[in-house]
Design a protein around this ligand. Structure first.
Ligand SMILES: [Zn+2]
Length: 94
């Protein structure tokens, strides 16, 4: 069994927060998760699945995704989250 951070450490998650952020899952499943979803948050992962497998937000379903396309989509989803977080912080300051 291996420890998986629900919110990745690289995204601000840690092991000792108020809310439990660590689950134990078999190594094979754990590796597969990161191969498919990198270090995306759960919300980003759900969006990723909807876009890639259901064509959400696309004019028509893209039938062929290269590894590069998928990686780029992950980066874009992560960028969107970061800018949303920045926006929320800005609003809180006001
Ligand atoms: Zn993990």
């Amino acid at each position: 069994m291996t420890k998986h951070h629900i919110l990745p450490r690289s995204r601000g998650g840690n092991g000792n927060g108020e809310k439990c952020n660590i689950i134990r899952i078999p190594q094979r499943l754990h590796e597969s998760w990161h191969v498919l979803f990198g270090n995306m948050t759960i919300e980003e992962t759900m969006e990723f699945i909807e876009i890639v497998f259901q064509g959400r937000g696309l004019r028509k379903i893209k039938k062929s995704w290269t590894g590069n396309d998928l990686y780029e989509l992950q980066l874009n989803l992560q960028k969107e989250t970061l800018s949303k977080e920045k926006e929320e912080k800005r609003k809180k300051k006001k």
